[in-house]
Design a protein around this ligand. Structure first.
Ligand code: HXC
Ligand code: NAP
Length: 260
């Protein structure tokens, strides 16, 4: 897929799945900007992305801080040009039973995932190419399948999916498409280190996936590049599971796997 002369902005794009997406855009020729909280993560990601030879910008900012997100998007657009592809993927998660979760812990995850996604989309809107831009929000099957010890992330990602669908409705007329990707369990990620921290938990999780394996970061990145391309020009408001059929296994199988 060719993204030469296109601009991609990836919020939360310095590690894991989101970095994989940023890396795939850079490899396809795009000018890329990434944003996350930790300067060290930003510096490492920028260095790696520059290896593809294109222009790269990095921003140390928290998606919960609307002003900081706005400033980063304005600077990215001023330096690189109008944004063709926007990915919102910053998230926080951990296993915790609902009755043991503090209100601040619940709020923290909702603020990062849901308010953060709203801040990213709202702040980006003035700088998105119109017509032609595409937005991808990174969600999870837990958005529609309740999963034990995940009340905070389930609620947050369900909200993210409604942001996706609502913005698809509002922004379609000006030529902006808005979609979501719901990854299943993805290998070598912080998410799986937290949700399936032991070999036994990993085994149980793999057994609950119809294709009987974890997905790869590259498989999510390819889906993101396709959704942002003209090949997906008539696709908007869709939440695309890239999960090896995991969501078909349902809430019970996913909850059993999360219980270890
Ligand atoms: C219970 C916890 C907790 C834990 C933190 N808290 N960790 N509660 N179990 N393991 C509580 C704290 O006690 C505090 O509440 C509140 O959460 C805020 O904690 P802070 O450490 O101040 O928050 P912050 O520094 O903003 O860090 C956010 C974070 C952290 C989410 C807690 O883990 C983080 O930065 N995560 C980013 C990386 C990450 O999670 N990647 C995986 C994404 S995977 P009190 O009441 O004490 O003040 C993913 C998979 C999705 O999203 C699939 C399922 C939907
Ligand atoms: P990850 O490596 O921890 O990625 C999260 C990224 O977001 C990091 O770069 C982190 O960098 C950044 N971030 C976190 N909080 C932030 C904040 N408040 N402001 C700005 N940036 C912030 O986790 P991952 O497992 O690859 O997950 C990536 C995405 O995929 C998430 O949306 C997650 O919900 C989704 N997902 C993952 C899986 C999986 O199998 N891993 C499954 C389903 C869905 P800093 O620490 O530098 O801020």
């Amino acid at each position: 897929m060719n993204y030469r002369d296109k601009v991609a902005f990836i919020a939360g794009g310095t590690t894991g799945i989101n970095f994989g997406i940023a890396n795939a855009f850079a490899a396809a020729g795009a000018k890329v900007a990434v944003l996350s909280r930790k300067q060290e993560n930003v510096d490492t990601a920028v260095e790696a992305l520059k290896a593809h030879g294109g222009e790269v910008l990095g921003f140390a900012a928290d998606v919960r801080d609307a002003d900081a997100v706005s400033a980063a998007l304005a600077q990215a657009a001023e330096t690189l040009g109008p944004i063709d592809a926007l990915v919102s993927g910053a998230a926080g998660n951990f296993l915790a039973p609902a009755d043991k979760l503090s209100p601040n812990a619940f709020k923290t995850v909702v603020d990062i995932d849901l308010l953060g996604t709203f801040n990213v989309l709202r702040s980006a809107h003035p700088y998105l190419r119109k017509p032609g831009a595409a937005v991808v929000n990174i969600t999870a099957p837990q958005a529609w399948l309740p999963t034990v010890y995940q009340v905070h992330a389930c609620a947050a990602k369900a909200g993210v999916d409604q942001v996706t669908r609502t913005c698809a409705l509002e922004w379609g007329p000006v030529g902006i498409r808005v979609n979501g990707i719901a990854p299943g369990p993805i290998a070598d990620t912080e998410g799986m280190r937290r949700l399936a921290p032991t070999p036994e938990a990993t085994q149980a999780l793999v057994a609950s996936v119809p294709v009987r394996r974890y997905g790869t970061i590259q498989e999510i990145a390819k889906a993101a590049l396709w959704l942002c391309s003209e090949d997906a020009g008539y696709v908007t408001g869709v939440i695309l599971p890239v999960d090896g059929g995991w969501s078909l296994a349902g809430s019970g199988a996913m909850s059993a796997a999360m219980s270890g």
